[in-house]
Design a protein around this ligand. Sequence first.
Ligand code: FAD
Length: 403
Amino acid sequence: MSATTNTLRILIAGGGIAGNAVALQLLRAGAAITVVERAAAPRPGGQAVDLRGPSREVAERMGLMAGINKRLLHEKGMSIVKADGTPIYRMSMEMFDGKGPVADIEISRGDLNDVLLTEIADTAGELDYRYGDSIETIDQDGKGVTVGFNSGRSERYDLVIGADGVHSRTRKLVFGPEEEFTTFLGGYMSFYTIPTPAGAEQDWMAMHVVPRAAMGVRPDYDPATSKAIITLRTDQDPALRGDIGAQRTLIRDMLAEAGWAVPEALTHLETTDDFYFDELVRVDMPSLFKDRVVLLGDSGFCGSPMTGMGTAMAIVGAYLLAGEIAATPADLDAALVRYQEQVTPFLDKAKELPGGGIQMMLPTSKVGLKVMQRIGWLMTTKPFRPIMMKMLDSTQDYVLPSY
Ligand SMILES: Cc1cc2nc3c(=O)[nH]c(=O)nc-3n(C[C@H](O)[C@H](O)[C@H](O)COP(=O)(O)OP(=O)(O)OC[C@H]3O[C@@H](n4cnc5c(N)ncnc54)[C@H](O)[C@@H]3O)c2cc1C
């Protein structure tokens, strides 16, 4: 019997945006899906993610908009503020027609993940969703993949999708060590939830910048809480990996001179339950698949949170991968080749860092900061607004295939 989507057994490693989006589409196509997520429960957290151009189109085609609309953030724009909280310049949503730093469709990462999980739960089909487990071994023999799990189980699949994030274990097991595929981009980012600081302007994201470091405060769906967004320009330090104490110390040290709401936000560093901290890296793979193991999302193509395109890449990639698999379930090899061909032009644009990356965003001196802020203000003037819009969304021209 030749394979149909109904006879495919597919394992997805990672229950983030990429893993859940592809799980949903493949479940709908009739495949038997197993998801293994290392965390014990869905991971909350993450600031607002923008849905623009192709990613918005995918969210519509996947039928996610009803769920997204219920948790939509109504941000009015972004302002850069001085140590006393007064704005240096402001970028309203209207100024950039919803295509500036604040897009017209914004939802927090955790809420988008909930929307996907709700849709998965409402979809009939063969699903085994396991929290607290992960892949230990992968053996391929040309016809399928035998996977050994941390829990001791061993199972066989037609295809394994590695959607296990920027430090992907699937990538390491099948393609090689992380250092071969990653480029350090000059710093670290951290996100966590805080009580909305007194004096924060409602529905506005605000950012305060000092040499080498910045903190933004961004509204949540619940007005009582906000997201702290920290960016640090510093050398790579392997000792920071997994050492939350050292990560918090670095944040405190680098923001010691900052004013505005920063000292207050830093007092919640110890108590927040959704602290996220990671290095800024770019992931480039020479090929996204090897036999029957394929990479999706940050594991295969990450531009870092600085691009603001991580979620867009994850859901556009998931839509393309599931679409190609469902188009030729009996020929997975051809499906993976087409997936790579379809997604690559989108990634080439989405991975570009807007505005010169961390070196431009976080100068090392006060003089550099003044120059950067002058350039920022210039971008708010009418002649320069189209440049800013182009920089923030270089994927507008991408033509999404239909399935
Ligand atoms: C908690 C959190 C908060 C984030 N906040 C932001 C943000 O505010 N702004 C931003 O730009 N980006 C943020 N990101 C990154 C952003 O989610 C991704 O860039 C983008 O959505 C692509 O998602 P992904 O599913 O490929 O990767 P991820 O979102 O990183 O998801 C990968 C998933 O795989 C799981 N996992 C990891 N290793 C294994 C393993 N060995 N076995 C099984 N599962 C594994 C992880 O627990 C995670 O749930 C955040 C990521 C996380 C996990």
